[in-house]
Ligand binder design. Structure first.
Ligand SMILES: *[C@@H]1O[C@H](CO)[C@@H](O)[C@H](O)[C@H]1NC(C)=O
Length: 457
């Protein structure tokens, strides 16, 4: 008994406060009082047992909930896949490929390019607006400054007729930049990986520009350089039409190639993009273009919005033999395929849903590796959407599905942004190295052009 009575020398128990001494009266401790009264002791033990048993029941019943509340303390993840997805995405927000393709084109068609008339804080007609970007945990995206292909008549034989593609692209860049500037509390213009990281750190959505088709370059490397100066950081080598640089895969079912992949000017275009640090985007290109570009580019490349042909067999999706060229091994190159959600590229009619999109992600990961997949979506660029992925707010549901399928938090953080950052950093490094080595801009002109006099090249 005396051994259990606190003494002034005990190091395991707090020193009794003077107040405590007063209450317990006459120097006798409470513990001694309790133990000396069997009735009080019974009541206390009884109460404790009831509380303990009730607590146990509560814990078992709400274990799920409790874990979901306590996980941050232990560094784990909630059991609930959606909560897990949200927790991961808070740390690694989604950076997407060609999402918002068409906020600029939407502004063109619905608001005559009047950025003042657009209210991104209210619900926009298609898939993207500020509230839904936030709900979807979007940390950054490429605003695709897209203009469709001119018709064959418009561009004429050998692409020699003047089209409005360059003017219209400049208008798209103007609209995109105006919308980015209009919401400085939401968007932060970004032209590189440092900008993306700083935007995310500031709680902003990093906003990059991408040109979605070589036809928008007006056959000119000088135009590429000027787009770069305006902040453009990817160019898709083709859209649905061939151009002077490369063959497209067309739409559905596909088109007959013209160059057999890249033209010689197309290879020069890639050299110039590598030098400038503009990402080479292989979505929309033919298989030959993609394979040749992957081999030719010194920098890692992207597919801004493309899915897997083995899952759904259309020319617009990437075949396994090209996926096998991606990686760090012999004969491989670093790249990221950011999955397209367009229902007609995802599954047979009326079959596209969240699970089928996840199947594309899983397949690309199986062949190329989980470090080489990202999210491209094509929101706002598509008329219909997969069930369960109706708009940008649904990204967490897709991450939750992949979490259920066994992707860990590091792999998911790569999928939602880390992989793209790595590829982009790789391209920035190549650009710095080429410029340091003194690689000069290319002044090659499209060989069919006769408007500029020149000596034989
Ligand atoms: C652009 O939109 C703003 C806001 O709705 C309007 O005040 C302005 O008149 C519009 N400009 C044109 C040229 O339509």
């Amino acid at each position: 008994m005396s051994s259990q009575t606190p003494t002034e020398n005990s190091s395991l128990l707090p020193n009794p406060s003077p107040h405590h001494d007063e209450e317990s009266g006459h120097g006798q401790s409470k513990a001694t009082q309790f133990e000396s009264n069997p009735r009080t002791r019974g009541i206390i033990w009884g109460t404790l047992t009831v509380v303990f048993v009730a607590g146990l029941f509560l814990l078992l019943g709400f274990q799920h909930l409790l874990e979901d509340k306590l996980y941050p303390l232990f560094g784990g993840l909630p059991k609930d896949p959606l909560l897990a997805a949200l927790a991961i995405m808070d740390k690694a927000p989604v950076i997407v490929g060609a999402v918002l393709s068409y906020l600029p084109i939407l502004t063109r068609h619905l608001f005559a390019n009047n950025a003042s008339a657009i209210d991104l804080k209210s619900r926009m007609p298609a898939h993207v607006d500020i509230p839904r970007l936030r709900e979807g945990k979007v940390g950054g995206f490429f605003w695709s400054v897209y203009m469709g292909c001119p018709s064959e008549e418009e561009e004429g034989q050998n692409y020699l007729s003047a089209t409005w593609s360059v003017r219209d692209t400049l208008e798209q860049i103007d609209v995109a930049r105006a919308l980015i500037e209009k919401y400085p509390e939401t968007f932060q213009f970004a032209t590189g990986t440092d900008d993306i990281k700083s935007a995310i750190k500031n709680g902003k959505i990093a906003s990059l520009l991408g040109v979605e088709g070589g036809h928008q370059l007006g056959n000119s490397l000088a135009v590429l350089r000027q787009y770069h100066a305006l902040g453009v950081r990817y160019v898709t080598l083709t859209h649905t039409c061939h151009n002077v640089f490369a063959d497209s895969c067309g739409f559905l079912p596909g088109i007959i190639p013209r160059h057999g992949g890249l033209s010689s000017l197309g290879r020069t275009l890639i050299d110039e993009m590598n030098r400038l640090g503009v990402l080479v985007d292989l979505s929309h290109t033919s298989d030959a273009t993609a394979a040749q570009a992957l081999a030719h580019s010194k920098a890692p490349v992207i597919w801004s919005h493309s899915s897997a042909r083995a899952i759904h067999n259309v020319p617009r999706n990437v075949p396994d033999d090209i996926l096998r060229l991606i990686g760090a091994g012999e004969g491989q190159k670093d790249a990221i395929v950011m999955v397209n959600f367009a229902p007609f590229f995802v599954a047979p009619p009326d079959k596209a849903d969240l699970e089928s999109v996840a199947n594309h992600v899983d397949h690309i990961a199986k062949i190329a590796g989980r470090k080489h997949v990202g999210l491209g979506s094509d929101y706002d660029g598509i008329g219909s959407v997969p069930v369960g992925l109706e708009d940008v707010s649904k990204y967490p549901a897709l991450i939750a599905e992949l979490y259920k399928r066994g992707w860990n938090k590091y792999e998911l953080a790569g999928l939602t942004g880390g992989n793209l950052l790595r590829v982009f950093e790789g391209a920035e490094k190549v650009s710095r190295e080429l410029q340091r080595a003194g690689q000069q801009p290319s002044y090659d002109l499209y060989k069919e052009r006769k408007d500029i006099p020149r000596s034989e090249l």
